[in-house]
Design a protein around this ligand. Structure first.
Ligand code: NAP
Length: 352
């Protein structure tokens, strides 16, 4: 399938907005039409408004584009668009995304609408059936467009690894995160706060990590999503790593599978993006490393072009049932790449 949907990126100058720009270069479905950001940036050329931090060069045609104000009228004045990717700060995204969703499909990386009962919180491999909320949402709100959200960056990799464990009867999960600096956006954490240091607090992160997986792993009953029935406790830390969140996960299961069975469940896990061969789908959503000292952010975060979750150190646990480490690239699978894959899924399902 190919199409040429014209895209607006809101929050285009930030850490996630930049990653959207990088990943959308040469994309078979999407073409960047409008870049929008704050008053500080609006009216400037993108290269003047943005401090580009991606590993690849800033594309020349993007550098010369003018940044628009973040409202429907200004964005429409800047170009004809078909869909919106939102990488706005969570506290601003709520009303802005609502305004755009009245007209356009909005794929949001922000937290504002994630827990709305008629808004899907999607990991395409995990809960693609939750897109059935879209027609319900459009009807209830009288919108031509809709809002679809992606989870928090630390939630995505956790929920992806919990999904294949559900068949063993998921009961309790304890997770401790070591989260990268780019997760705090740009310029993010002050250097003097993080050099030679670990900060054992990330505002609102534990709350998101403790509730989002329950919705994602919940069951769509034809009208809304019933939360999954397990409990989760999280402790979140900021560490001195550029990209890639590492998580230490302890799981209590109803059954007592062997480490080999767990490993096989992770390795065999595939979802609709793989079946549909969506352009951004990694061949293996979960990659298992056998080395005792993996996964590591610097070495493993680009696995599957940053779209795979890397799991290692799978062990039995004497208090819970098992424990393991998992790693995900927070601005690719955890943000822009995940958002693009969600949009590809919606297009494949005829919803966008
Ligand atoms: P960021 O680097 O701080 O970027 C924020 C963006 O929003 C910038 O483009 C900024 O434009 C724009 N903005 C700020 N205030 C605005 C306003 N009043 N009106 C319009 N635009 C405004 O943040 P980020 O890390 O990219 O995160 C973006 C969103 O994605 C957040 O909701 C975050 O929670 C979520 N998220 C982030 C990650 C990650 O790993 N970073 C992962 C998953 C989800 P200016 O440059 O003009 O100020």
């Amino acid at each position: 399938m190919s199409s040429n949907r014209k895209v607006a990126i809101l929050g285009a100058t930030g850490a996630v907005g930049q990653r959207f720009i990088q990943l959308l270069q040469g994309h078979p479905y999407f073409k960047i039409e409008v870049l929008a950001a704050s008053e500080r940036s609006a009216g400037k050329k993108y290269k003047e408004a943005c401090s580009w931090t991606m590993e690849s060069n800033l594309p020349r045609e993007i550098a010369e584009m003018h940044v628009a104000h973040t409202d429907v009228e200004s964005v429409e004045k800047a170009g004809n668009i078909d869909i919106v990717f939102s990488a706005l700060p969570g506290d601003l995204a709520g009303p802005v995304e609502t305004e755009f969703a009245a007209v356009y499909p909005v794929f949001s990386k922000a937290s504002a609408h994630r827990m709305d009962s008629d808004v899907p919180l999607i990991i395409p491999e995990v809960n693609p059936d939750h897109v059935a909320l879209i027609p319900i949402q459009k009807k209830a709100r009288g919108w031509n467009g809709f809002i679809s959200t992606d989870p928090n960056c630390s939630t995505i990799q956790l929920a992806m690894t919990l999904k294949p464990l559900m068949k063993f009867g998921l009961r309790q999960v304890i997770v401790s995160t070591m989260q990268a600096l780019s997760g705090a956006g740009y310029p993010g954490v002050a250097s003097l706060d993080i050099i030679d240091n670990v900060v054992p607090f990330i505002s609102k992160e534990e709350e998101k990590l403790e509730c989002e997986p329950l919705k994602i792993l919940g069951t769509f009953d034809g009208n809304f999503v019933r939360n999954a029935n397990f409990v989760l406790s999280a402790s979140c830390n900021r560490v001195n790593v550029k990209d890639g969140h590492l998580e230490s996960v302890f799981v209590k299961l109803g059954e007592n599978p062997s480490v080999d069975e767990i490993e096989e469940a992770f390795r065999k896990f595939k979802g609709e993006p793989q079946k549909l061969k969506l352009p951004s789908a990694p061949e293996n959503p979960i990659v298992v490393r056998k080395e005792p000292n993996r996964p590591q952010p610097r070495i493993d975060r680009q696995e599957g072009k940053g779209m795979s979750v890397v799991v290692g150190r799978i062990r039995n646990d004497s208090i819970m049932t098992l424990k393991y480490m998992c790693l995900g690239h927070n601005t690719i699978r955890g943000a822009a790449g995940g958002g693009i894959l969600s949009a590809e899924l919606m297009i494949a399902k005829g919803l966008a």
